[in-house]
Write a protein that binds this ligand. Structure first.
Ligand SMILES: Nc1ncnc2c1ncn2[C@@H]1O[C@H](COP(=O)(O)OP(=O)(O)O)[C@@H](O)[C@H]1O
Ligand SMILES: Cc1ncc(COP(=O)(O)O)c(N)n1
Length: 291
């Protein structure tokens, strides 16, 4: 084994071959309960037929009831993981989850820039601005909000906030479908290419109609709302399914439509686990039996 400081980057990316699936990178935190974060991302990548790679930003101590601990990985180690993956395996599309701090965001963006990941480069970059767990514990330092708004969003191909993240990032308190478009416009003003505002938290709406916005057109993404409390990891699964479709070369509207179909089926197969909120299930795609 070699220690971090002995490992130097600089390999050329391995040329793609006909037998290798597309690759997708998640830059995210781990969830010991296996429901959210990079655990959900890797499961989704597998179910969607792409090879998943990871840059771990934080280790969370988490179960279905809540998050009781979070240890940040040093920003230079996060950047080194991005570098190691991109310089050898290659990245067809990347996504972020928990980014923990402004220092980690800056290190990640530098590493992504170096490898052409982000809107100025060729590789699609999905920024899911995860700020807190479903159970309410913060997963982001307050200093990271401006780094997200002014550094990460302008480099993103797509930003995918839920309504709590919209409130935190823009001050907009969305309660109706019409408010979702105002929210999308406010996030779009930070400079991403596309914005997807998710409607899961509009609890009184009988459907889940998310909105995709490119600065001109608002594309509604209709879906049913299932009567389940088990939605842990829904946003991670959605952003990962979109990232997988982008890695396979889909356009943004097609990738988001396919991600929406994927997450809707995953919510419909959500299962109870532990004493709290269970996960949405990606088993429906890979298992002969529906759990
Ligand atoms: N009860 C539900 N039934 C069907 N789809 C849902 C439900 N809750 C959330 N979704 C969908 O799951 C995706 C993630 O939504 P949301 O819960 O808003 O994000 P997050 O998990 O980041 O908080 C969206 O497509 C949303 O419409
Ligand atoms: C490591 C990690 N990443 C992301 C989430 C958000 O997922 P959710 O909103 O479903 O709690 C989480 N709880 N933990």
């Amino acid at each position: 084994m070699r220690w971090m400081h002995e490992i130097s980057a600089g390999h050329e990316a391995r040329p793609a071959n006909d037998t290798a699936p597309p690759t997708a990178l998640t830059i995210a935190g781990s969830d010991s309960g296996g429901s959210a974060g990079m655990h959900a991302d890797l499961r989704t990548f597998f179910a969607c037929g792409v090879h998943g790679t990871t840059a771990v930003t934080a280790v969370t101590v988490q179960n279905t009831v809540g998050v009781t601990g979070l240890v940040e990985i040093p920003p230079e180690t996060v950047a080194a993981q991005v570098d190691a993956v991109a310089s050898d395996i290659g990245v067809d599309a990347a996504k972020t989850g928990v980014l923990a701090s402004a220092a980690t965001i800056e290190a990640v963006l530098d590493a992504c820039d170096k490898h052409g990941i982000g809107r100025e480069g060729r590789t699609p970059f999905v920024v899911d601005p995860v700020a807190a767990s479903r159970s309410g514990e913060p997963l982001l330092r307050p200093d990271a909000l401006d780094a997200l708004r002014y550094k990460a969003f302008p480099r993103a191909t797509l930003v995918t906030p839920n309504l709590d993240e919209v409130r935190l990032l823009t001050g907009i308190d969305a309660h109706t479908r019409a408010d979702l478009l105002d929210a999308a416009k406010a996030i779009f003003d930070f400079g991403p290419q596309w914005v997807l505002v998710k409607s899961g938290h509009l609890a009184n709406d009988p459907e889940c109609v998310d909105v995709l916005f490119d600065g001109n057109e608002a594309i509604p993404l209709p879906g049913p709302r299932y009567a389940t409390v088990h939605t842990h990891g829904a946003g991670d699964v959605f952003a990962s399914a979109i990232t997988a479709a982008l890695a396979k070369g889909a356009s943004m509207p097609d990738a988001v439509r396919s991600g929406k179909r994927f997450v809707t089926r995953s919510v419909s197969h959500a299962y109870p686990l532990g004493a709290g909120v269970g996960p949405v299930s990606t088993f429906w795609r890979v298992s002969p039996r529906s759990f």
